[in-house]
Ligand binder design. Sequence first.
Ligand SMILES: *Cc1c(COP(=O)(O)O)cnc(C)c1O
Length: 370
Amino acid sequence: MLSAVETAQDRTSDTVRLRPAVEALPPYVPGARPAPGEHLWKLSSNENPYGPLPSVVEAITRAASETNRYPDMYASDLVAALAQHVGVDPEQVVVGNGSVAVLAHLLSAVVDAGDEVVFPWRSFEAYPIAVAVAGGKSVTVPVHEDGRLDLPAMAAAVTPRTRVILVCTPNNPTGPVVHAEELEELLAAVPADVMVVVDEAYLEFVRDPSAPDGVDLVKRYSNVVLLRTLSKAYGLAGLRVGYAVASPRLADAIRAVSTPFGVSHVAQAAALASLRPEAQAELMARVEALVAERSRVVAALRDQGWDLPESHANFVWFPLGDATMERAAEARAAGVLVRPFAGDGLRVSIGEVEANDAFLAVAAGWIAAG
Ligand SMILES: *Cc1c(COP(=O)(O)O)cnc(C)c1O
């Protein structure tokens, strides 16, 4: 007979069986952060360089004194405000702890073991992870050389096992948007029981008139789901608020599998404060300034001799191939953190004017080096 203590010691070698899909997960590599005390421009995570609005900080402070209570489980006030903002019924809006959580929830509502999820590649690196966690199989379709999605190829990749198609527009990290016409063609070609998710994380930065009107698509196609976030244009990345816009039936299903109380009380208060008309005006003025900064950076890069994909987001993409990691290290040495994807390219966020200027100097050096 083993004593209780010996039995416990036997359990120190870790043999718990993990799901094979989990053991094989690719790691999510977040954008690099400066070490404590290190002064680097952080252009590695597509964050908004502006701090929260004073009125939003006030709402956060007020909510902070109420955190002994659970939040409103369904975030009813926030859902109502988002529904009004978007122009749909509240029953069509589901919120979550960032849109990556909403993505996980919608996949778990429709993907059974071995079902296929079609998405472009390279695209948002959370996609393959979320699909594997949901038990699904990733079917990737290469983006064109100019960074645009190949929607006909994505439609052609659909099989009887396909449950979801993810359309990232603008595509992170390459930057271009899909056009309304080509998205309509995809929707016409795809069976009505396949969910088509349009990930609009960078919607507010889009200035291309041929971009699709996602809300109109949700109204006309019951299988379209929009994914949106307050992390980028609204500058609330640290508080985690994202949402889906879907048909009432799909919204119900996503809600049913969502983490209870998934959006914290403080996050709900900050999001609500950000949707007030006065806050909207201030936030959209900041977005306009970032879009102007994007135009300035893109024009300066073109003058340096770069021919890059057309960005409608708050970042630019450099398809540098095998030189990627070395270039990222050079940028860091020059005081700028960028986001490299080994062997593929690097993504550089649009930040403060000084940060962008520091990066432009680095990019000029790369051109000079050939
Ligand atoms: C940043 C981003 C998101 C949003 O993430 P949150 O979880 O809402 O912070 C979603 N999709 C894409 C493509 C992104 O780049």
